[in-house]
Design a protein around this ligand. Structure first.
Ligand SMILES: [Cu+2]
Length: 272
């Protein structure tokens, strides 16, 4: 019976490692390659952490398995008491401290390039393409009118969409991220980008996609019952398509429903 429990507790870590091992082939891993250089660097950091935790996980599970197996063979039924080993405790305090210190220093460069305003690419630092406001449960997007700059306060000729963000391909862009109610998190899985949207704060977020396409925008913070609905679409397109999109959006917003055909006016007025 003791052997059974030993094997039982060993099955789960083996199963966990096996699941991680096979998940890339079932598409349960990253959603494709990162679309920009910083995304690739974030992946590298992820893999570094994965290697560290895997080594520690396998090591501790093997030690646990060994102790369980040894204990299951013991005949006396008495527990063995230990007051610990001073040397071992020093080692397993200092070693994790060194590893954590190394990780925190090693990732600082990438983190700074994403988060620090003074590290933003110069051309986007003061020139947001859009304002993205998270609210329960959608992403509201405000663009400036074509040819104009986005102002902090909404302007009468601003353009609005919901859950549909367009950006030009191959160049850095910056958005102003806000929240209108609770805390949300703006997530672009294909870019490995994630930033909390915090009520009362305007957070600049910059990114770039080197590949044209349609990608997911997701909320990565449980923000209420409709959290799962906070799915938007990031459209990355050629500069000219992007400009045409904004132009079209402006025409749609300025459309008053009147086609210019006098016959239509008559038809409408005859109705009432
Ligand atoms: Cu949300």
């Amino acid at each position: 019976m003791r052997k059974f429990w030993c094997l039982f507790f060993m099955v789960w870590p083996i199963l966990a490692i096996w699941l991680c091992w096979i998940s890339p082939s079932y598409n349960w891993w990253f959603p494709g390659d990162a679309l920009w250089k910083l995304g690739e660097q974030i992946d590298d950091l992820f893999y570094l952490l994965l290697i560290v935790v895997t080594v520690v996980f396998i090591g501790t599970q093997l030690a646990l398995g060994y102790v369980l197996w040894k204990g299951s063979e013991a005949k006396t039924g008495h527990a063995w008491f230990s007051h610990g080993s001073h040397n071992l405790e020093v080692i397993w305090t200092i070693l994790p401290a060194i590893i954590l210190l190394f990780i925190s220093l090693y990732q600082m460069d990438v983190l700074a390039r994403i988060r620090l305003k003074q590290e933003f690419p110069e051309q986007v630092a003061n020139d947001p393409v859009a304002e993205v406001s998270a609210r329960q449960f959608e992403w509201r997007i405000r663009y400036p009118a074509p040819g104009k700059k986005l102002r902090a306060l909404p302007q009468p000729d601003d353009l609005y969409t919901v859950n549909d963000l367009h950006i030009p391909v191959g160049k850095p862009v910056m958005i102003r991220l806000r929240s209108e109610d609770v805390q949300h998190s703006f997530g672009l899985p294909h870019l490995r980008l994630m930033q909390d949207a915090v009520p009362g704060l305007v957070i600049p977020v910059w990114f770039q996609s080197n590949k044209v396409g349609k990608y997911e925008i997701v909320c990565k913070e449980l923000c209420g019952w409709g959290h799962y609905k906070m799915q938007g679409e990031l459209t990355v397109e050629l500069e000219e398509d992007y400009n045409a999109y904004l132009q079209e959006l402006q025409e749609k917003m300025n459309d008053d429903g009147y086609s210019g055909d006098p016959a239509e006016t008559v038809a409408l007025s005859n109705e009432d």
